[in-house]
Design a protein. Structure first.
Length: 473
């Protein structure tokens, strides 16, 4: 593997710059679009429920195809798949910006999602494959920093574009960045990498995994809205079960699997990706739910809510490169555990919040949460990748990304489910109509508190898996 590590300082810089820019592009694209959904609905004269499919389809496609493109990168070369993916993204972003009707916009967004699912898993594999071991933590820290920057800047840029231009600007702002990345990547990314033992691609496995993930994520995203007994949701769950069962059978049967289950024989890898799953579930879950608490229980306006929710993003941006550099010196495990102790402590603070909690106590809990996640994300990322074989970095990165996306979706669904079930239980106990809940703020507060306690449980699970996942010396 050593012959593929880049020793030239200038090229090392450009590799980190390219992948940091890609990290920014991924989160900027997603977070800037969400704020534009009402404007898109109004422009095309469609229902808000229709435009909600833009982020939903994006999530379904990205998560369902990450592993396939990660494997393709291992086989065909990271540089080739990365460049094709960025090129597809740029063309599709331009198509979104000039879409004459809503259907064209949806199709272009689907194509854009496939382009992003090509370069997304490859980006981390490039860092862990071509950079020296004493730089990987720092590089992954920068990756997490720019990820946080995109999440924080996306809504601001999206709001600016919508206010001063229109929703099309959200796609145009990603176009110059993607073109710059494309040009620099063609010139600077290494072409040679470790050869895989079998270059055949498991198309059947890719299709089965795609169907399984589509069914699962659709059920998770729509289950609370449509009802878990809805025939469509039940059918989606059955599709997911059948797809996953057939996928496992297929992968066990062939000598060139899309997902080599031997990866999970390394318990450190399994524990690390499990920590990734639960860590993102708790973080994205609370980021989704907390604005409802702030606006419904504390009666804060949208601007005040946005300022409070910027605190954890800023802390992650500041601490991620520091944690990444520290992981190169002292290892990842202790930093991951420290991060989860702080994040779990933040949820304990959040669980004690009421309708009259002070703003400073709220800020303190968000500061603690952001500090914890800042120490956790980059070291956990490195911990996953260093426990994967050198010729399976693309697949391992795909598994990691799937855990992040699936954890995010399931986290949102779990937090909303606990909130709803606690409220429904209290409504039934008090024998009142569900429509009367707003008249009983204490019922809603009990629901929020139940969801916040769930965050403590998820934090303890993440802490446990972080403790079990040992550094690969």
């Amino acid at each position: 593997m050593e012959e593929y590590i880049v020793g030239d300082k200038r090229k090392q810089f450009w590799i980190m710059a390219i992948i940091s820019a890609i990290s920014l592009l991924i989160t900027l694209d997603y977070s800037s679009l969400n704020i534009s959904l009402p404007s898109i609905a109004s422009y095309f004269g469609v229902k808000v429920s229709a435009v909600a499919w833009l982020p939903t389809l994006y999530l379904l496609i990205i998560t369902s195809s990450l592993l396939g493109f990660g494997k393709l990168g291992d086989i065909s070369g990271y540089k080739r798949v990365f460049i094709i993916g960025v090129g597809i993204f740029a063309v599709a972003a331009f198509a979104c910006a000039i879409a004459p009707n809503f259907m064209v916009l949806v199709i272009a967004r689907i194509v854009l999602s496939f382009g992003q699912s090509m370069y997304s898993p490859i980006s981390i594999a490039i860092l862990t494959t071509f950079l020296p071991s004493n730089m990987k933590g720092r590089a992954l820290g920068l990756y997490a920093t720019f990820q946080g920057l995109g999440l924080a800047a996306g809504p601001l840029m999206g709001g600016y574009m919508n206010t001063n231009f229109n929703w099309r600007g959200n796609f145009l702002i990603t176009l110059p960045l993607s073109l710059i990345i494309l040009v620099v990547a063609i010139k600077m990314l290494p072409s040679k990498q470790a050869a895989v033992t079998d270059t055949r691609f498991d198309f059947i496995g890719a299709i089965l995994l795609f169907l399984g993930m589509i069914g699962l994520l659709y059920a998770i995203n729509q289950g609370t809205q449509l009802g878990w007994g809805n025939p469509i949701i039940i059918a989606s769950i059955l599709v997911a079960l059948v797809g996953f069962i057939l996928f496992v059978i297929q992968e066990k049967r062939i000598p060139y699997p899309l997902l080599d289950f031997n990866l999970f024989k390394n318990l450190n890898f399994t524990f690390a990706v499990s920590a990734s799953f639960f860590g993102l579930a708790l973080y994205i879950g609370i980021v989704f739910l907390y604005p409802f608490y702030l606006q419904m229980m504390r009666h804060l306006n949208v601007a005040q809510t946005g300022i409070i929710l910027m605190v954890p993003s800023i802390m992650m941006m500041v601490l991620a490169p520091i944690a990444g550099s520290l992981s190169d010196k002292i290892g990842c495990r202790r930093l991951c555990m420290l991060g989860m102790v702080l994040a779990t402590g933040a949820f304990v603070m959040i669980a004690f919040q009421t309708q009259t909690s002070s703003i400073w106590f709220i800020f303190a809990s968000m500061f603690c949460l952001g500090t914890g996640m800042g120490f956790f994300v980059a070291p956990n990322n490195k911990l996953v990748m260093q426990n994967a074989p050198s010729d399976k970095q693309g697949v391992a990165s795909g598994v990691y990304k799937i855990c992040l996306n699936a954890g995010s979706s399931i986290g949102i669904a779990l937090f909303m489910l606990v909130l709803a079930q606690v409220v429904l239980f209290d409504v039934a106990k008090m024998n009142i109509m569900l429509t009367q809940v707003r008249q009983y703020p204490n019922l809603m507060m009990a629901g929020f508190r139940g969801a916040f306690v769930l965050g403590i449980v998820l934090g303890l699970l993440t802490l446990l898996f972080s403790f079990l996942a040992k550094d690969n010396k």
